[in-house]
Design a protein around this ligand. Structure first.
Ligand code: SF4
Length: 328
């Protein structure tokens, strides 16, 4: 069970005397939203409002919270330091304290001698124990610092694996502690080293090679679609941590310099329905890189990332394919 630190939130609200507080939760935690409001209402004098729009990361922070409340509690993600600090915003990272001793020891023989440790914020608390276990087994364990988009050593976001790149020269492979494919894939594409995924709940250790190859095949198909496209819609997202308007302008110039047609669109929520009416051959997404990677099949036209557009237009070699990243 993720630790939502409700008593800590109540103390923060009481001590600061907020009359109203907005609560922003990712989809996976919304099931607990009413429970959170019930608890905090009982413990404090404040009124609470739940923010109903989808929330995908701290990149999606509701910066206009003052239009509905005095303060904001954002659940499920760590701060993104480069987005700045607001004393009226509290981040509750909702980590999951776990003892991984037996599970990690059971798969140690599958690990190399120089291992880089990575995790999403929910499982960063497993890294010190994993380091200790690796050291005791005679292995070297490394934890890297990310750029200004990354809050903690070893932390990866789906759009930023700089914590992996900073130790790439020291490691033979990475051990990613967590679930899912997207975060380890970002490291696998960028760092050029093998990556193994260790699920700290089930103890499963697996490779992402097969998923990586499947995604690459799909991405190459999208790039071929981009090569044939005559007109592109370059998408800019208004979310505070996804807005790459400057990059979008550069891409528009690049497309036009190749004799093709480019349009730019600015929107908050990207969806197949929101793009349906634009009469173009392909999309270029400067918002969250997950959209092109995870959701591309939902869109009716090829959806390219910025580096994929470069390949499609012949200014980047196919061999130089890189995962799209949002850096500090
Ligand atoms: S841009 Fe995407 S991958 Fe990056 S933090 Fe936001 S939701 Fe996560």
């Amino acid at each position: 069970m993720f630790d939502l630190k409700l008593q800590y939130i109540a103390t923060w609200v009481r001590d600061r005397g907020y009359a109203s507080v907005a609560l922003q939760l990712p989809e996976g935690l919304k099931l607990r939203a009413t429970e959170i409001v019930d608890f905090l209402t009982q413990e404090t004098e404040a009124n609470y409002v739940m923010l109903g729009d989808p929330c995908y990361g701290a990149c999606d922070l509701f910066i206009n919270y003052s239009s509905v409340a005095d303060a904001l509690v954002h659940f499920g993600h760590s701060p993104i330091p480069s987005q700045g600090d607001d004393p009226n915003v509290l981040y509750i990272e909702a980590d999951m304290p776990l003892d991984i001793q037996d599970k990690l020891e059971a798969v140690l023989s599958d690990l190399g001698m120089n291992v880089g440790l990575l995790a999403t914020v929910q499982y960063l608390n497993c890294i010190p124990q994993a380091m200790e276990i690796l050291h005791e087994s005679g292995r070297n364990a490394f934890v890297g610092d990310g750029d200004a988009r990354i809050m903690y050593p070893g932390q990866v976001l789906g759009c930023n694996c700089t914590a992996a790149y900073s130790i790439a020269d020291s490691v033979d492979e990475y051990l990613y502690i967590g679930e899912g494919d997207f975060h380890p894939l970002a490291a696998a594409f960028g760092a050029g080293k093998p990556i193994k995924v260790f699920n700290p709940v089930t103890g499963e250790l697996r490779s992402v090679d097969e998923v990586r190859d499947r995604i690459l095949r799909r991405r190459f198909a999208a790039i071929v679609g981009g090569q044939e496209a005559q007109s592109f819609l370059v998408i800019v997202c208004s979310k505070v941590g996804q807005n790459r308007n400057g990059l979008a302008d550069e891409l528009v110039d690049l497309i036009r310099s190749k004799g093709r047609i480019a349009y730019k669109v600015f929107m908050n929520e990207l969806s197949p329905q929101n793009l349906l009416h634009y009469r173009v051959d392909a999309y270029v997404c400067t918002a969250c890189p997950r959209i092109a990677m995870d959701d591309a099949l939902r869109y009716d036209r090829p959806m390219l990332t910025p580096p994929e557009l470069e390949v499609a237009l012949g200014v980047r070699e196919w061999d130089d394919y890189v995962f799209d990243q949002i850096t500090s």
